[in-house]
Design a protein around this ligand. Sequence first.
Ligand code: CP
Ligand code: NVA
Length: 326
Amino acid sequence: MAGTLKGRHLLKLLDFSPAEIGDLLELAGTLKANKRAGVTGKTLAGKNIALIFEKPSTRTRAAFTVAVVDEGGHPEYLGKNDIQLGKKETVADTARVLGRMFDGIEFRGFSHETVETLARYAGVPVWNGLTDTWHPTQVLADLLTVTEAFGPLRGLALAFVGDGRNNMAHSLMIGCAKMGMDVRIVAPAELHPNPALVETARSIAAETGGRVTVTDSIQEGVTGAHAVYTDVWASMGEEAKIPERIALLKPYKVTRKMMEMTGRREAIFLHCLPSFHNLETETAQKYPEICEVEDEVFEGRWSRVFDEAENRVHTIKAVMVATAGR
Ligand code: CP
Ligand code: NVA
């Protein structure tokens, strides 16, 4: 046990030690088993939790809501058109007001600076439900899913294939390095991760026994991988870049051939979702080449994407119980 996390914010995994991340994953596993057995807690009884969303969400909103209710608390959804944030009121003022009324605040939005400012002024724990820069609660769910498939994380290889400079690539690179994993970011040179963050991840890996590789070679990146991970090619707010991203990332689409290239029959496929894996959505009909993964992989034996989605609730619950629970 790394010690108490009471009162802590979760803005990015860089701020947490490997032992703290390990504790959160262990707690998430316990909470998951309890929930399966029909047992939920009361650690948030009498507590009110604000859920601020500037961007849309299915999983993160649902996971925070269910997790708060499971623990006996009250979640309040505050959408971008419901509150004054940024339009008529500063982030610092909003933080001080909500901090007087709520016992914890989740924020999803564009600028990472916004969630940092909320944390600075709120006086209660603030949790990042995704910004343009980081998506830490997603990585906790991803790590739980990997450990459920393969056991202890240290030494396991995860290849992120796609937009190597987005919030997921950066968050996974740091999260996996912290846990002593062999993390590979596989992307065309134009979409390689922020070099300063790669350096940070490498210095973390030097301490934890992990490894960080950035490559444009699919062969180099996925050979030996236990998990192949991808995300959409254009993140929320980047819709205008879709044609350019399709041109860059088409060769990096996750295919059966890529899964077989891992050389591991037991290799798993992960995706934070939402995903374009067929042409059934409005956007995919407009851009038929947008699919970052073949339907055969998404629906195939490799895929753990719905375990991963379910794990959002258990890991988010662990974060709230540990930082704001009784
Ligand atoms: N993975 C994820 O964050 O999904 P939502 O955008 O639906 O919350
Ligand atoms: N990179 C994606 C992640 C969605 C969960 C986005 O920011 O839109």
